[in-house]
Every structure is written in C-alpha cells, then in structure tokens.
Design a protein around this ligand. Structure first.
Ligand code: BTN
Length: 149
C-alpha cells in the first residue's frame, strides 16, 4: 500500500508530461509580439494557406501606421503539432514588404508561441542604395486572447 503513491505520481507524470509537449499549436487567432504589434490570422485552408491582418506598433517611416493585410502558408505535411509557416505583410502605408518565417510551438507552460524571423524590404530610389534596403530581426508572438486554457 505504501508504494501506491509514488506509483501514481510516476503514472500521472508519464501521462501528463507528453501531453503538454505534444499539444497542438494553431496559427488561427489573435497574436501579439514583443514590440506590441498585433495580428489576426484567419482559418488555415486545406492547402495550408491563410490570410490575415497586421497592426504594427512601430515603423521605419514617418507615415501614419495603418492595419495591413498578410498572406501566408503553413507547411502541409508531417508537422501537425508544431508547424512551420511563413507570411508576407504588404504594408498599405509604406512602400515596404515584410516576410516572416517561423514555427508554432507549445512552450513548457502549455502556452502557444510563434518564434519568427523577418526581413523588411524598404523601397530605395537607386540601385546604389540597395545595400541599406533590407532589415532583419526576430519577433516572438503569444496569443492575445487565450483560446484554450
Ligand atoms: C514600414 O515601416 O515600412 C512598415 C512597417 C514595418 C514594421 C516592422 S515588420 C518587422 C517588425 N515587427 C513588427 O511587428 N514591426 C516591425
């Protein structure tokens, strides 16, 4: 009888721990990143494609920020729980385009997180300015309104 408690503890760890690690990360929904930018991703269709909207908190321009459309795709095969993805934001208030690529993870606390890298291409008037036209960075997104707790 005395050994029942440790047995139950080990059994519950064996059942719960893998469940956390394999919880599915879903792109659809509202996200906020480390800069305070927000985005809304719509449904991912059968081909892995999705649309959405991006509201950046910052800009490399002096223009007034406006919500801008995004188009992306999630990898289709073999990555059910933690899919890789990419999306493009076509900024409506500047001449620039940003491409993001990343992976949708579930962290050790069971929270979904998007780990991304991005390239921001700005327009330049002359080819001699090409060298300074592309910025690179990382952004980490978490869910704005938690869907499943
Ligand atoms: C521009 O300044 O021309 C358009 C806005 C760019 C915002 C960038 S995209 C990468 C980084 N992550 C964000 O959430 N915002 C900035």
């Amino acid at each position: 009888m005395v050994q029942v408690t440790p047995f139950l503890l080990v059994l519950s760890l064996a059942l719960v721990a893998p469940g956390q690690a394999s919880r599915k990360c879903v792109l659809t929904g509202k996200w906020i990143n480390d800069l305070g930018s927000t985005m809304t991703i719509g449904a991912v269709n059968g081909e892995g494609n999705f649309n959405g909207f991006y509201h950046t908190a910052v800009t490399a321009t002096n223009n007034k920020i406006q919500v801008s459309p995004l188009q992306g795709s999630q990898h289709r095969t073999n990555q059910k729980n933690h899919p890789t993805f990419g999306f493009t934001v076509n900024w409506t208030f500047s001449d620039s385009v940003t491409v993001f690529t990343g992976q949708c993870f579930v962290d050790e606390n069971g929270k979904e997180v998007l780990k991304t890298m991005w390239l921001l291409r700005s327009h330049v008037d002359n080819i001699t300015d090409d060298w300074k036209a592309t910025r690179v960075g990382i952004n980490v997104f978490t869910r704005l309104h938690s869907q499943k707790e």
